[in-house]
Design a protein. Structure first.
Lengths: 247, 101
């Protein structure tokens, strides 16, 4: 991977930006295949869950965050209700606040509106691929990778949502097990860190305990409280020391 | 407006705001470390809760059915570093197979 010297990062002329876009597209290409397939499966599952064909496409175009979209659809599919579906998805995407903030120091070009539009290209993969170490990020690389992923994701969703009717009953095909399998696959790489493992275990136990007694959807929202484990052991800034933790 | 469209709009608007807040407003400043530490753990906590409820939940009941077989196969596939698509397809196939037994 080419490393830019510190001084070069700041110049950011048009030709350098174009080279960055290209580099981003090249770097993300292998993952694009997965994004298409993933998008197709979202379209199929959302259509099977009764969302119609337009809503899944609009959701992919505006939300552009796989795990939150799958979570919202699976909760709606299990009669979990609007509030639970929206809350779980919004909380899952709350991670884009720190991701966006981490890139912010490198994001100096353009007007606020332009940055708002460009920032929609932040997803886990484009963010990771633009990291240059030491807290620095290459924004053109992120944008190039993000555009490629966006086209694959929205295009895949459209394919799946429009072709989904061809498939039969989702339960016969075992598609209801596709959701938890997918969530486990998204969760697994995050478990290497000890605090994340603790949060996952606590979240899973909270959901298990509440499932028989609470309305569908509530166990998932309650499980978000497990993230308060993050108040312990993180680098202490001291700024919030006097305040009670609140969600 | 139907339930589906309410969810699509709310989640879409919230996500646009979440992604934009750093690049648009902060420009150099960082999130307080403690807050960042908490938000970081939202994803693992929620994903684990989703695995539990989508595998064992049936309305307000805990049930052990064919989905468990699917999740077991998925876990094995993940441990063997299978690609995401294969994990999901194997889980669905194992569940469908378990239902026919």
């Amino acid at each position: 991977m080419p490393l830019l010297a510190g001084g070069e990062l700041k110049k950011n002329s048009t030709s350098e930006a174009t080279a960055g876009y290209r580099e981003g597209v090249r770097a993300i290409a292998p993952i694009c295949v997965t994004a298409v397939v993933f998008g197709v499966s979202f379209g199929i599952l959302a259509e099977a869950a009764g969302l119609g064909w337009l809503a899944p496409i609009v959701m992919s175009a505006t939300t552009f965050g796989g795990s939150a979209q799958f979570a919202a659809v699976s909760i709606l599919d299990n009669a979990g209700g609007v509030v639970a579906a929206a809350t779980a998805a919004v909380l899952l995407n709350a991670r884009y606040i720190p991701l966006g903030v981490s890139v912010a120091p490198a994001w100096r070009e353009g007007s606020a509106w332009r940055r708002l539009v460009q920032a929609q290209l932040i997803v886990d993969e484009s963010w990771a691929i633009s990291a240059r170490g030491g807290g620095r990020f290459d924004v053109p690389v992120l944008i190039g990778a993000g555009v490629a992923l966006y086209l694959c994701w929205v295009g895949g969703t459209a394919l799946g949502a429009l072709a989904g009717d061809i498939l039969g009953d989702p339960a016969t095909l075992g598609l209801d097990a596709a959701f938890p399998a997918l969530f486990l696959a998204l969760l697994a790489p995050q478990l290497r860190e000890r605090r994340a493992l603790a949060a996952a275990l606590a979240g899973g136990l909270i959901a298990l305990a509440l499932l028989p007694v609470a309305s569908p959807g509530i166990p998932i929202i309650a499980a978000s409280a497990a993230c308060l484990i993050g108040l312990r052991g993180s680098a202490s800034s001291g700024r919030y020391a006097g305040r009670a933790p609140s969600l | 407006m139907s339930d589906v469209w309410i969810v699509v709009c709310v989640v879409g608007l919230a996500t646009v705001a979440f992604k934009g807040v750093g690049p648009v407003l902060l420009g150099g400043r960082r999130l307080p470390a403690q807050l960042g530490g908490v938000v970081e753990l939202l994803a693992p906590a929620l994903l684990a809760a989703l695995v539990v409820t989508q595998t064992l939940g049936a309305g307000r009941e805990l049930v052990a059915d064919a989905r468990l077989a699917g999740l077991g196969v998925a876990a094995a596939a993940i441990a063997l570093r299978a690609p995401l698509l294969l994990v999901v397809v194997l889980a669905a196939a194992a569940t469908a197979l378990a239902r026919t037994l």
